[in-house]
Design a protein around this ligand. Structure first.
Ligand SMILES: *Cc1c(COP(=O)(O)O)cnc(C)c1O
Length: 367
């Protein structure tokens, strides 16, 4: 039998989460963001559920080619644009739209020798300070590109740094949105602004002809702990499941695992789980990280090792070798452990956990 660790991808939940975007911003066209191999889920695994989106957004041309091979004929947007002038040949052949965020990319586009025309997304740096043209420069670049023989359409694009509201509360979007609106005033063209946090939190404040929904599609709340997936009506799309492969009875003062970092205060029963950091479970996750055994909530104890971790079986009276362990996601009993809770306990975000599941884990699709 293979080692019992699997990542179950819930296709019905993927559909449900896309529907939450539709209901939140019914006037907008929806790009399903599938970068990083669909946030670790696998592009082939999510494609059928996301086929009703208006487009797909990602970074790697190879992932774009995969979507074409799967039969997708609609829009595909490259979120970081082209990385070399040669990429324009692929963009022409595979009909890829792309972000233009730097002067270098403008030069490559203007120097392109073939008569191809592209739909571009001109990125404004409205305050995030990663990619894009500052407002002072934006209109001039827009004017230049709008006269280029290689440009079919220009969509105005920006990205929020604080739509999840950690730092500025409800004001997280105001500054950037004002910069954006003021700068593009009077220019024709559609707009692409909102990410998941903006879709959920500011559906009426932002005009975004194309929204770019990512993390919410994958059953993680962009503003956890402010809101949970239950608050937003989202369902978990990935369940990392394994099994108990051994049971130990600790006496008081006995420890478990490397470094003996957990010492039992009293006699207790613990389970050893076939899951470790080589599967993508974070080594940094401390004692107390939530986990489900037979659908019952308990916690990890001691240090996570490469292939194993230990869990407290005190609340799980029927636990035995072979009992189901859910590291995040949904138990066969229906109980949910949101990936956001595990991430928070580990000092990270759901994005990182779902992207980090490693190749040795068996993936399966389930309704
Ligand atoms: C990743 C990404 C998104 C999606 O963000 P989520 O927070 O996952 O919804 C949207 N726009 C750009 C430019 C991105 O890089």
């Amino acid at each position: 039998m293979p080692r019992p660790i699997t990542a179950v991808i819930h296709t019905q939940a993927l559909c449900q989460n896309l529907e939450v975007i539709r209901q939140s911003v019914p006037e907008s066209k929806v790009f399903a963001v599938v970068k990083a191999n669909a946030y670790g889920h696998g592009i082939e695994r999510v494609y059928e559920s996301f086929k009703t989106a208006d487009g797909f957004a990602l970074l790697d041309i190879d992932e774009a080619k995969l979507l074409r091979a799967l039969g997708w004929t609609g829009p595909i947007l490259l979120l970081e644009g082209i990385f070399s002038p040669q990429d324009l040949f692929d963009c022409a052949q595979y009909q890829l739209s792309f972000t233009v965020h730097s002067e270098q990319q403008v030069v490559w586009l203007e120097q392109h020798q073939y008569p191809a025309q592209f739909d571009i997304f001109l990125k404004m740096n409205s305050g995030m300070n990663r990619l894009g043209f500052k407002p002072q420069q934006y209109r001039e670049i827009w004017r230049q590109l709008s006269q280029s023989a290689h440009v079919a359409t220009i969509t105005h694009m920006m990205h929020f740094s604080d739509a999840d509201g950690d730092r500025f509360g409800d004001q997280g979007i105001d500054y950037q949105l004002t910069e954006f609106e003021t700068t593009i005033q009077g220019l024709p063209g559609e707009r692409s602004v909102s990410n998941s946090a903006a879709i959920l939190r500011y559906p009426h404040q932002i005009q975004s002809d194309y929204v770019r929904g990512g993390i919410m599609l994958y059953g993680s709340s962009p503003d956890y702990p402010g809101h949970s997936i239950q608050d937003w009506g989202l369902a978990p799309t990935m369940s990392l499941r394994s099994e108990i492969i051994a049971i130990q009875r600790l006496n008081a003062n006995e420890s478990v695992g490397y470094g003996s970092s957990f010492v039992a205060g009293q006699a207790m029963t613990i389970g050893i789980v076939a899951c470790g950091y080589a599967d993508g479970y974070q080594r940094i996750s401390p004692t107390g990280t939530p986990v489900l055994v037979n659908g019952i909530r308990t916690q990890t104890i001691g240090r996570v090792s490469m292939d194993m971790l230990a869990v407290d079986l005190t609340p799980v009276t029927d636990a035995e070798v072979g009992s189901e362990v859910v590291l995040w996601g949904k138990s066969r009993t229906g109980t949910v452990l949101a990936i956001d809770e595990v991430a928070a306990a580990s000092g990270t975000v759901g994005y990182e956990l779902m992207c980090g599941v490693t190749a040795r884990v068996t993936f399966i699709n389930q309704q």
